[in-house]
Structures are given as structure tokens and as C-alpha cells.
Design a protein around this ligand. Structure first.
Ligand code: ADP
Ligand code: ZN
Length: 427
């Protein structure tokens, strides 16, 4: 049941002691970098978490300003890989790894996959991008460590994806939730029913915000179990937090990361259970430790023990990034509130896009959403009824009156990487 039982079910007290020990090692290690040498020169031994919480946050801007080597703590010849996030303006964020750092990361992924029930016998089709993006390669090494046959196919080319699934009887996939929904429409076009014609059992979805409704939709369409996987390149990539078989929150691996939830406005550390921004510290990474990193991701710690026996605390599904919030005529809206409504409707299909623009000094919210092939042939009255119903539901959820356009399946722009859900023309 467990990949590493003694670590996954460690007693809370022991875990706390372990974290304090690792934080001290980390601080010493971090002082070898140009950035933290200055920042940490006042910090000697810490004896408690509240001592640690006196250290200032590290931000994405700090990482950018420190490009390329200000965060590196070791000689470059010990570095075996770099990854970089998809920054399109300014310097990208670059993360360095030693051989041991990569080993620890693979181990976390193996732990995550094992927790969801993946075993050596499984056939794993990795439908995430390979390259500088961490999603593909991260899972690749974890799956190989676990011993599952790995197909490093990457994203796109739905025909080929389906061909591999059929020929090699793929049982496990790692896929963007937005692509899982789109791939289903391709299966329909080819007349393939994944429940009968494929061998899929498990999908790992992550890398982009998605709702519980989206997860359930993918589970129903494919007849599989879908597990949420959270990570970010600054913290290696996937493998930071992951769902167990109970699918209610993601165990955050606290032997590798120290987690805090803060009020994003004041920086104050919040008690468990309250919603705020996740702040993470690497506990084991040598090449490039990062201390109190502001992820900008909004979530909360889920209170109580998990029935699976693992003691590492769970975080809730990510609600979005603090900078994702849309303000429409003064009302605050998260794109995930909209997705939640759209994914509940079985008539609606895979893709949607939210657009905001100013018209006569007022903000207007447009939502274009694709309809399922089967429903598109309905009568005009049926379509009008559906449209009215969606507008009503959305109004209740977000408190704003949207303009909803139902469009044909496959007609909205598609992205091979993470889905672009919001276009704000006011910016
Ligand atoms: P980039 O910054 O280039 O998009 P990353 O892979 O580092 O590349 O992106 C990490 C971010 O992706 C996280 O901070 C979070 O906002 C989002 N993310 C990752 N996994 C999930 C998930 N399971 N649910 C919601 N958001 C996620
Ligand atoms: Zn659990």
C-alpha cells in the first residue's frame, strides 16, 4: 500500500523534529549562494517554526533578479540538469539540480504513483510536454523508478495517442485535464468507447487549475480514476502534493517541503484550515534551495487525519493563482467558479474561453463554450433553453450577468500546453 511506509506514516511529532533539523541544514546550505548569503547572515540556529518564519519570503521576482546563478550553492560542475519555467517576459526562472536532487524528485513521483495504485505491471503513457517544462520529464523518471513501462509520447497528435493506447493497452496516463476532455472528442469521432475499447484505469491530471466537476467528468467519460497532482518548477515540478485513494485533498510531502499558508496581503501565517497563499520551502534540494517561496497558489490545509494512514497534511484543490482573479465591475471572480458550472452540464463539451472587455465604461464578461457533438444537433429551442439555464447558473455563482455563446465542438482555439482560459482585453 505504501511506497515508503515509515516516511509516509511517520508520527507528527517526529515529522516536526525532522523538519526543524532539515531547516537548519538547509539554512546552512543556502548561505553558500550569493542571494541567501546576504539574506541569512543574521540567522544562526533555529529552534522552532516561528524562528524560521522570521526569514523573509522569496518571490518569483527574486529568482528572476538572481538569474542565472545567484541561487546556486554548489560548483556548477556538480549540476546535472536545469529546468526553466515558461516566462515570456524578462528573465526566465531557472532551477538547477544535482544528481541526488533528481533522485529525490523521482522518488517522490514514484511515491505518488504508487499511492494511486500504479504498479510495475502498468503501462504508462506520459502525455505531458517533455523539455524545459517539468511535467513530462518529472513523471518519466518517477514511473521508470517504479518500474512501469513508460511511453514518452508527449502531448498532441490525438490519433497517435489513441493508436498507442490501443496497441500497448495503456493502463495509466498523465495528462492535462483540458487535453483529457479534448481527447475524448477525438475518441468519439473515431467511434472508440474508452470504457470498452481501451485498458485505461488511472489518469494523473495537473499542471493547470481545474475543478472537482472537471475531474468527475473525466472519470465518467473514460470510466477511470482521476488523481490530482500538484507541483511547480521552483519546487522541482510535479510531486509536491498528490491525492491518495480517498481523493479529497493532496498529501503534501512534508519530508521534502515545509509548507505554510499565508494571508497574501499581509504576509501573516494563517492557522491550518484557513484559505490563503501556499508558501513552500525545499527541505532536501542541494543545488538550489529555496526558502519560503510565494507560490501565489490559493488553497488551505485540510484538517483532520486521512483514512489512508499517511500523516503528511493535505492541501485542498488549488482555487487559482492570486493573480488569476478577475474583477468585473467591482465583483471578484475566479475562473474556476465558471468552470465548475460549465463542467456540471453534460450537454457542454471540452473547451471554453472567458473574455473580458470594456464597453461604454462597463466591464463585459463573455463566455464561449463548446457543446457536445451529440447535443449540437438539438433543436433551436433546446439550445436556447440550455443557454438560458447556463446563464442563470452562472449568475447565481458569480453574481455577474455573463454573455454566453454556445459554439460547435472543436471550434475554440486549442493549446498544446496549459489551456489559456482567460483573455482580458482590458489589460
Ligand atoms: P509555469 O510557471 O511555466 O506555468 P510550472 O509548471 O512551474 O510552469 O507551473 C506551476 C503552476 O501550475 C503552479 O504554481 C500552479 O499555479 C499550477 N498548477 C500545477 N499543478 C496544479 C494543479 N494540480 N491544480 C491547479 N494548479 C496547478
Ligand atoms: Zn490519504
Amino acid at each position: 500500500m505504501y511506497w515508503e511506509e515509515s516516511i509516509e506514516t511517520i508520527k507528527r511529532d517526529d515529522l516536526d523534529k525532522y523538519q526543524i533539523k532539515m531547516l537548519n541544514i538547509l539554512i546552512n546550505q543556502a548561505k553558500n549562494s550569493t542571494f541567501y548569503k546576504k539574506r541569512l547572515f543574521n540567522y544562526e540556529k533555529i529552534n522552532s517554526f516561528s524562528d524560521f518564519q522570521k526569514i523573509p519570503f522569496t518571490t518569483k521576482q527574486d529568482l528572476r533578479d538572481g538569474f542565472p546563478y545567484d541561487f546556486l550553492t554548489i560548483d556548477i560542475k556538480e549540476v546535472v540538469r536545469l529546468h526553466s519555467s515558461s516566462g515570456t517576459t524578462g528573465n526566465p526562472t531557472v532551477i538547477f539540480h544535482t544528481k541526488n536532487d533528481l533522485d529525490e524528485w523521482s522518488n517522490l513521483i514514484a511515491r505518488c504513483m504508487y499511492m494511486a495504485g500504479v504498479r510495475k505491471e502498468d503501462i504508462f503513457q506520459n502525455i505531458m510536454s517533455y523539455g524545459l517544462f517539468t511535467g513530462g520529464i518529472g513523471f518519466h523518471y518517477g514511473a521508470e523508478k517504479l518500474g512501469a513501462m513508460t511511453i514518452p509520447i508527449g502531448p498532441g497528435n490525438s490519433k497517435r495517442q489513441i493508436w498507442f493506447m490501443e496497441k500497448f493497452k495503456t493502463t495509466v496516463v498523465h495528462i492535462l485535464p483540458s487535453y483529457a476532455l479534448r481527447l475524448y472528442t477525438h475518441l468519439q469521432e473515431e467511434g472508440i468507447d474508452p470504457k470498452k475499447d481501451l485498458s485505461l484505469k488511472i489518469a494523473f491530471v495537473g499542471a493547470e487549475p481545474h475543478t472537482e466537476e472537471t475531474r468527475r467528468k473525466i472519470e465518467e467519460l473514460y470510466g477511470i480514476k482521476v488523481y490530482n497532482s500538484y507541483g511547480l518548477s521552483e519546487m522541482n515540478g510535479p510531486g509536491v502534493a498528490f491525492e491518495c485513494e480517498y481523493q479529497n485533498g493532496m498529501h503534501l510531502w512534508e519530508d521534502n517541503y515545509y509548507a505554510e499558508i499565508i494571508n497574501p496581503e499581509t504576509g501573516e501565517v494563517l492557522p491550518d484550515g484557513e484559505e490563503g497563499e501556499l508558501v513552500l520551502t525545499t527541505l532536501k534540494r542541494t543545488a538550489m534551495p529555496i526558502i519560503r517561496y510565494r507560490t501565489r497558489d490559493l488553497t488551505r490545509i485540510i484538517l483532520g487525519k486521512c483514512s489512508c494512514g499517511r500523516t503528511h497534511r493535505k492541501i485542498d484543490r488549488i482555487k487559482g493563482r492570486s493573480d488569476d482573479m478577475l474583477i468585473i465591475n467591482g465583483v471578484n471572480i475566479f475562473p474556476m467558479q465558471i468552470e465548475q458550472i460549465l463542467m456540471k452540464a453534460k450537454e457542454l463539451g471540452a473547451n471554453y474561453i472567458i473574455e473580458v472587455q470594456k464597453e461604454n465604461f462597463m466591464d463585459k464578461l463573455y463566455i464561449k463554450v463548446e457543446i457536445n457533438n451529440q447535443f449540437f444537433n438539438g433543436t433551436l429551442e433546446e439550445l436556447e433553453r440550455l443557454q438560458k439555464h447556463i446563464i442563470e447558473e452562472l449568475k447565481n455563482e458569480i453574481g455577474v450577468n455573463p454573455i454566453v455563446k454556445l459554439v460547435e465542438s472543436g471550434s475554440l482555439p486549442q493549446n498544446e500546453g496549459k489551456a489559456v482560459r482567460v483573455i482580458d482585453h482590458r489589460k
